[in-house]
Design a protein around this ligand. Structure first.
Ligand SMILES: [Ca+2]
Ligand SMILES: [Ca+2]
Ligand SMILES: [Ca+2]
Length: 146
């Protein structure tokens, strides 16, 4: 059980704003020590475009204006060499983690070669597509340098 949450994370929230049964809107918030630091700037939004598209495919969204369902994504660098050894994805339902995924750089060569994932895109199957979605989210998140 994790008592201490990540120092910094990106919170990603998707919504079905038109009531069509699928998410169409993505919001991004940058958190540090569980305090909102800022919302995404236009420059962030450009860099987050691909991440948002991938996240929409995960079908983890809210049907109202809430933030109940969201993703918290963050990196960990226990070796303190400046390049993360792990990136973790927590898919939240309110304060609870509904499911998780992670990528790890086992040999600390800068490549995150190990992917843990379940059915991150909620299509009822846990397969390579889920792993590729995790890989894409992780890559796009790392580009932010948050
Ligand atoms: Ca490293
Ligand atoms: Ca590696
Ligand atoms: Ca799946």
């Amino acid at each position: 059980m994790e008592v201490i949450g990540p120092v910094r994370y990106l919170k990603v929230i998707a919504r079905d704003s038109t009531g069509q049964g699928h998410a169409d809107t993505v919001l991004y918030q940058f958190f540090e020590h569980d305090q909102l630091q800022r919302v995404a700037t236009n420059a962030d939004l450009r860099r987050l475009k691909t991440l948002g598209k991938t996240y929409l495919k995960c079908a983890w969204f809210n049907t109202d204006e809430s933030e109940e369902r969201h993703l918290r994504i963050f990196s960990q660098n226990p070796s303190a060499d400046g390049t993360p050894e792990q990136v973790r994805l927590h898919f939240h339902e309110g304060p609870l983690i509904a499911y998780k995924a992670a990528a790890q750089d086992l040999d600390n060569d800068g490549e995150l070669e190990l992917i843990w994932s379940s059915d991150v895109d909620n299509d009822g199957r846990s397969n390579r597509t889920d792993r590729s979605r995790v890989t894409a989210l992780v890559k796009q998140f790392l580009k932010l340098g948050w």
